[in-house]
Design a protein. Structure first.
Length: 366
């Protein structure tokens, strides 16, 4: 136990010296916090940040718009945990306006249609304020879209924040699936050898020979489009690299004296693998897990861009690129470039962390 603690302390000490790895770790921690508290941070905290205002579609970053907010009379609210997980359902209507004035007990607005067109509409102040006309100013709000709006008039910044959940979730679940399958099959192949090794390695080689994107595409088509289907599909294509690594590590450690001693004492094979072999290959597993995490994010973005990954209205960075890539050659290329930059930054963070972990677990780097 003391030796294990000493190794972890030395590993962390070496990792802290790697500025690239620390930068990646900071980005990942920030991404995790954003994914957890996304609906608290996002200006649009509606489910999937899907509040659409088509009159203000494809606006550039920093755009401001005034709205008339029409609230529902009865709204009982909801549990805070529900709002944190899935957002807060809209119990109001937002009407974009370009000026207003009060005339008696009526509110006259210039409804915004486009930059050159407005329509005059009348609303009863008593109906808007539920018989509290002195509060009419509370129904006039101004929203700022820090990263602009997409072609449906949705807040890009809010959808970018909520989309972080998808990227981290697909990476996490894909890594868990790939590690589970890879560790089990790799351990069996490396420990027992013989026909078990030959069968598992045949399966690995067959899976490895199929292009990753094509295999994910086939699995997705078989299971159907959806949130959980894409996670499983990505995970089922990434276990082969884990299995090959684990197999090689187990074959090497199997010949160590302490493993031979454990076998001589009559310990069960499962106990030897779980208690004496796997804990000693944790370092390489962490390295490949970070790499697989980055790969899963890219694969999910590619599938969503092709239309077979995450489905609308759920925000995904790949889907955001698909919905707005036409604007790259027009007046607002940032609509597609911003989610692309987010993908690049998060993938870079995991790659930097993976490189740092690789150096940290290598005792020869001291």
């Amino acid at each position: 136990m003391r030796q294990s603690f000493s190794f972890k302390a030395a590993m962390w000490k070496r990792l802290k010296k790697n500025r690239g790895a620390l930068f990646g770790l900071i980005i990942i921690v920030l991404a995790v916090l954003i994914s957890v508290f996304g609906y608290v941070i996002a200006p649009d905290n509606s489910p999937n940040a899907d509040l659409q205002t088509v009159e203000i579609q494809a606006k550039k970053p920093g755009y401001e718009q005034q709205f008339l907010k029409i609230n529902e009379r009865k709204y009982l609210g909801g549990m805070w945990i529900e709002h944190l997980v899935s957002g807060k359902k809209n119990h109001f209507q937002l009407i974009p306006i370009k000026g207003y004035r009060i005339s008696g007990d009526s509110l006259l607005i210039n409804k915004f249609i486009d930059d050159d067109t407005t329509v005059v509409q009348y609303y009863s102040i008593n109906n808007l304020t539920f018989d509290h006309p002195e509060n009419i100013e509370n129904n006039i709000i101004t929203k700022k879209y820090w990263l602009g709006t997409d072609k449906f008039g949705r807040d890009i910044f809010s959808r970018l924040l909520i989309g972080t959940r998808v990227s981290l979730a697909v990476g996490l679940i894909a890594v868990l699936i790939s590690l589970t399958l890879g560790i089990i099959l790799g351990s069996l192949a490396g420990y027992y050898r013989g026909w078990v090794d030959e069968l598992i390695m045949w399966l690995v080689n067959v899976t490895w020979s199929i292009p990753t994107l094509l295999l994910v595409f086939a699995i997705t088509m078989a299971m159907g489009k959806g949130f959980w289907q894409i996670f499983i599909a990505v995970g089922l294509t990434m276990w082969v690299s884990v299995a090959r690594l684990i197999r090689g590590q187990v074959m090497a450690i199997k010949e160590m004296e302490y493993v031979q001693a454990a076998r001589a004492l009559g310990l069960k094979d499962s106990r030897i693998i779980l208690r004496h072999i796997l804990p000693n290959i944790l370092g390489p597993v962490l390295v490949i897990a970070a790499g697989n995490f980055a790969t899963a994010i890219i694969v999910e973005a590619g599938l969503s861009f092709l239309g077979i990954g995450i489905q609308p209205p759920q925000p995904s960075w790949g889907l955001m690129i698909k919905e707005n890539y036409n604007f790259i050659i027009t007046h607002n290329p940032l609509l597609a470039l911003i989610p692309g930059f987010a993908i690049m930054l998060l993938v870079l963070a995991f790659n930097l962390l993976g490189n740092g972990l690789r150096d940290a677990v290598d005792v020869k780097t001291d």
